[in-house]
Write a protein that binds this ligand. Sequence first.
Ligand code: AHM
Ligand code: MG
Length: 340
Amino acid sequence: MDHNKLALPVGTTLDRFIMRKQEDFPYATGELSQLLRDIALAAKIVNREINRSGLIDIAGAYGSQNVQGEDQQKLDVIANIRFIRALRNGGEVCTIISEEDEEMIQTGNNQGKYVVAIDPLDGSSNIDVNVSIGTIFSIYRRVSPTGTEGTERDCLQTGTHQVAAGYVIYGSSTMLVYTTGNGVNGFTYEASLGEFFLSHPHITTPKTGAIYSINEGSSDHFSEGTTAFVAYCKQQNYSARYIGSLVADFHRNLLKGGIYMYPATKKAPKGKLRLMYECNSLAFIVEQAGGKSSDGRNRTMELEPKGMHERSPLFIGSTELVEKAEEFLAAEYSDVVAAL
Ligand code: AHM
Ligand code: MG
């Protein structure tokens, strides 16, 4: 009997993978590695809270609104506390931007070299009905001198300056997917061992796909270009798939090929999604996986952020589909932007 078949290796843990990657950079000090491990630790805790949310009184609305004027769920607040605490205790981060906090958060770690932008729990209106939700993050190196508090300039860098980005999907299994600019790797959480294991090495996204994801309930407010592109998707017999949970919609399309869209609408001329901790993070990942992300005309990662909670339209996924959407939008896009 082949003993290896009796007990298959469990594989590479996230910690070991991060350590190995660090060895690839001879002058790396390990701070970014530690920071990624802090995020993974908070993700495990948040995963635990989500899994038992039906049993204890942490599902449902918190009774307040966040900076965007959206109802906060209790788990939004809990996830925010967990990630901020992990980043504060870790010591590598001087400043955090969170979807849940209007102002930037100073961690008190003025020696920290990094700034994190995070949506601690995205798609949280789906929590009560057991639909997948996620955490999205971007990591930047600060531009202000260490030893001082982080500044707005540290927080408002273009997406091209990200040193790492990732997401956690709390779904039928929990996964952490991240990039440090050298490809994309995915890790699946093994709850009984309390570890993330490498399950999706070198993720590449198909060049094209047959899935389009958009909230067609808003179609009365779509621009002509968006309407025409959606009609094109139907002519091609693409499948419509829209969970309404960005990480879940993005993750599916990343693996299978497709396009996710949150366009500018007449009601929301800059769309809904936030540039700093939703669009840019996923844009870095999709590009590293061979895909594309734009606001319909401009590369997402080159957009100049003017505010920490700024919104941007988002067309993201397989390169051919994003380029096709851009073609449809090209004619009218200049009018939309002119009207902003
Ligand atoms: P949130 O950050 O308040 O959770 O909102 C973001 C979510 C995304 O996960 C999702 O893709 C989008 O909002 C859905 O919006 P809509 O209901 O307008 O389609
Ligand atoms: Mg969000």
